[in-house]
Design a protein around this ligand. Structure first.
Ligand SMILES: [Fe+2]
Ligand SMILES: [Fe+2]
Length: 422
């Protein structure tokens, strides 16, 4: 046997042993591809989100033409490895344009692992990190809402990226395109794509829906929020609400305050069932756009026949949050910073739930003062984001203004059980 032939066979068996040419989780493992030395293609608005467990999956999305998508599967490998896999994206319309949303959900990933990836062979190298399988290390994310486009949200984007969060949750009113303007929504995504990264590493975005995602704001069908659903319908498959479970240690509940799904009825029934199933989960956070405990808008009746702000939440959801031991509720829409006292049925109680908000990533208003609304512990008028850290049973929440000023520091502990088993 010639040396070359022997080497070829050895190489072949090594390749097989290391998994090349084998199919894992439906993705082909391939020899290292030849990536362009100088990237010549930049995928528009490339960003990451999740549809399933963030410990083992990642959804990669960008906006482009069908032609651009056709030859560009996602190539990905564990950072430092040469075991490349590729996966084609699903192409769907980006509404009201000739463009498409290209979505590739990577599954069967290893937890707490950095992956390198590229869109096709001719774009720049990017990376992401899956969430840990267990909450043994600190879990660390940023939340906020009511962003829009322009200089203020971009400044908050940069402040968010500087926190190096594992992910970001935007609680509605992302771009303010009102379900009508594809360019405005795309600019929001492009800004996020450019700003929310740590070097090559992209920071995934989750979101719940707000009134400014919807043409008409409230009580509309999903088709009136075409841009929001064009990129988030992997998680919100047929309604405006969803839960996302991180392993067995954290669950995020993302709700729709009557923008495309009524509060009462199917959504509340789902919430009761979903919270009950997660009653033993160490951390359960709920996110909604319109606040149950507003800091700017009045919660009482202002227009005859019209309910006050958050009336539906207080009537239908707050009793479930309390019964099933939700750890904190993140609220938005009022464009302020607020922290409520721990509340049970609207009254301060050490075993109650803290409501944090109220959405001022890129929009601000002058909030009500706590002495005017006894449920409020603190309010502030500032563009802000909140940083959340979970360390074992402790949860810390820090509100940062866009100037970098620390607006508020608070902690929540697992609540004494008041709920279904009491
Ligand atoms: Fe808003
Ligand atoms: Fe809003």
């Amino acid at each position: 046997m010639s040396f070359d032939r022997r080497r070829f066979l050895q190489t072949g068996s090594l390749l097989l042993a290391s998994g090349y040419a084998r199919s894992l989780w439906g993705q082909e493992v391939l020899p290292p591809p030849k990536f362009a030395e100088t990237p010549s293609f930049e995928p528009t608005a490339l960003f990451l989100t999740w549809q399933q467990d963030p410990t083992t999956t990642m959804t990669v999305q960008w906006v482009g033409t069908e032609q651009q998508a056709a030859d560009r599967p996602v190539w990905f490998a564990k950072a430092g490895s040469n075991e490349w896999r590729r996966q084609a994206g699903k192409v769907k319309p980006y509404p009201m344009t000739e463009r498409s949303v290209i979505r590739t959900e990577l599954t069967g990933l290893s937890p707490d692992t950095e992956y390198t990836f590229r869109i096709g062979l001719d774009s720049a190298e990017q990376s992401f990190r899956t969430m840990p399988a267990k909450a043994t290390n600190t879990i660390h994310f940023v939340s906020g809402g009511d962003a829009g486009i322009g200089s203020h949200p971009v400044q908050t984007n940069r402040l968010a990226a500087a926190q190096k969060p594992q992910f970001v949750v935007i609680g509605g009113d992302l771009a303010y395109e009102n379900g009508k303007n594809p360019d405005v929504f795309l600019e929001f995504l492009r800004n996020y794509s450019r700003d929310l990264r740590d070097g090559k590493q992209l920071i995934p975005m989750l979101a719940c829906i707000g009134n400014h995602e919807v043409n008409g704001g409230y009580g509309k069908p999903r088709s009136d929020a075409p841009f929001f659903y064009s990129v988030f319908d992997g998680l919100f498959t047929d309604s405006g609400y969803a839960s996302l479970d991180f392993g067995d240690y954290m669950s995020l509940i993302l709700l729709d305050t009557n923008h495309t799904t009524p509060i009462e009825g199917a959504q509340t029934d789902w919430l009761a069932k979903t919270l009950k199933e997660r009653e033993e989960c160490p951390t359960v956070f709920a996110f909604n756009h319109v606040p149950a405990y507003p800091s700017f808008r009045p919660m009482g009746l202002v227009i005859p026949g019209d309910a006050g702000t958050g009336d539906g939440n207080r009537k239908h959801w707050v009793p479930l949050f309390e019964r099933y031991n939700v750890d904190a509720v993140f609220e938005h829409h009022d464009h302020t910073y607020k922290r409520t006292h721990p509340l049970l049925d609207g009254r301060a109680n050490k075993n109650g739930i803290v409501y944090l908000g109220d959405g001022s990533w890129g929009k601000i208003r002058k909030p009500a003062k706590p002495d005017a609304r006894p449920y409020l512990a603190l309010t502030d008028e500032a563009y802000h984001l909140s940083v959340h850290r979970i360390e074992g049973e402790d949860r810390f929440h820090v509100a940062l203004a866009d100037s970098g000023r620390v607006v508020d520091v608070s902690a929540t502990k697992k609540r004494a059980r008041t709920g279904s088993r009491a």
